[in-house]
Design a protein around this ligand. Structure first.
Ligand code: SAM
Length: 272
């Protein structure tokens, strides 16, 4: 089944490997009890995923980013105060299972069909039980995904916490813009949205470092740039009140000072 994972979805296995490593640390910033099972089940497509932990190759380049962003978005979603949550490109994200959601929370996971089938197969083997009302929506986020989301029970009148984690960079500017336009149309007042934000100099630094790392061209070859460095301005011009924070500041708050600020970037969070 893993062999059918599109290249862009294989990146989710790489992310799971780093979450598995972080979960094994005594000073972990989160505990993802299913990440290691995804890595094992995904060995045939990413044989080296997680082999070097956070020390080797792409793992060392992306480890701090993935770990800090995971915890940052955990805190964002739980603090958003919205009873409806949508994970755009959920990949192998297990927040539906591992976070302490307020009673009545409804969470929607969207991604390509292959990765969601792989994910649910592994979660079933692990006998995982969601800690909220979870709905899985198989959709290409470059196409009409809103109809499928509504069909799964999404309520546009209820404030929603949206998350686009590790997604926009894989979309063209036009596709990212269309996606966020639809998010805006489906967002009741009080809704929130968050995703990574990278100033231009930090983006080019990360790109060149990734390309220089063994195997890195498989990842950078998938990067289409998304909103590039315009995320906060784009949101402000489309009905949102954005604020940004650097990853270095977030990391320092978690007791994990960053050593590579040049490529760090940060996050944007916005309220409707
Ligand atoms: C790097 S992974 C991040 C997954 C997850 N958000 C996380 O942080 O663990 C990128 C995800 O984007 C998804 N993706 C990329 N392009 C997509 C598209 N056009 N429609 C739906 N999902 C897409 C991939 O399938 C993959 O699961």
């Amino acid at each position: 089944m893993t062999e059918s994972l599109p290249a862009v979805s294989r990146t989710a296995v790489g992310v799971a490997a780093l979450r598995a490593y972080e979960s094994s640390r005594p000073d972990r910033l989160f505990d993802d009890p299913y990440a290691a099972a995804f890595v094992e089940a995904g060995r045939s497509v990413l044989p080296d995923a997680g082999r070097g932990g956070a020390q080797a190759g792409l793992g060392s380049l992306f480890y701090a980013q993935i770990v800090i962003r995971t915890r940052f978005f955990d805190d964002y979603l739980l603090g958003a105060g919205c009873g409806q949550v949508v994970l755009l490109a959920a990949g192998l994200d297990t927040r539906a299972f591992r976070l302490a959601w307020p009673p009545g929370t409804r969470l929607f996971e969207l991604d390509l069909p292959e990765v969601l089938a792989f994910k649910d197969g592994v979660l079933a083997e692990q006998r995982a039980t969601p800690a909220c009302e979870r709905a899985v929506v198989r959709a290409d986020l470059r196409e009409d995904w809103a109809t499928a989301l509504r069909g799964a029970g999404f309520d546009p009148a209820a404030p929603t916490a949206w998350l686009a984690e590790g997604l926009l960079i894989y979309l063209s500017y036009e596709d990212a813009e269309r996606l966020l336009t639809t998010v805006g149309e489906l967002s009741a007042p009080g809704s929130r949205v968050s995703f990574e934000h990278r100033p231009a100099d930090s983006a080019s630094s990360l790109f060149s470092r990734a390309r220089e790392t063994e195997g890195g061209e498989h990842v950078t070859g998938l990067w289409l740039g998304g909103l590039r460095d315009t995320g906060p301005e784009w949101l402000a011009a489309h009905g949102w009140q954005p604020s940004t924070v650097t990853r270095a500041d977030v990391a320092a708050g978690y007791g994990r000072p960053s050593e590579d600020d040049a490529a760090a970037g940060g996050f944007v969070t916005a309220v409707r």
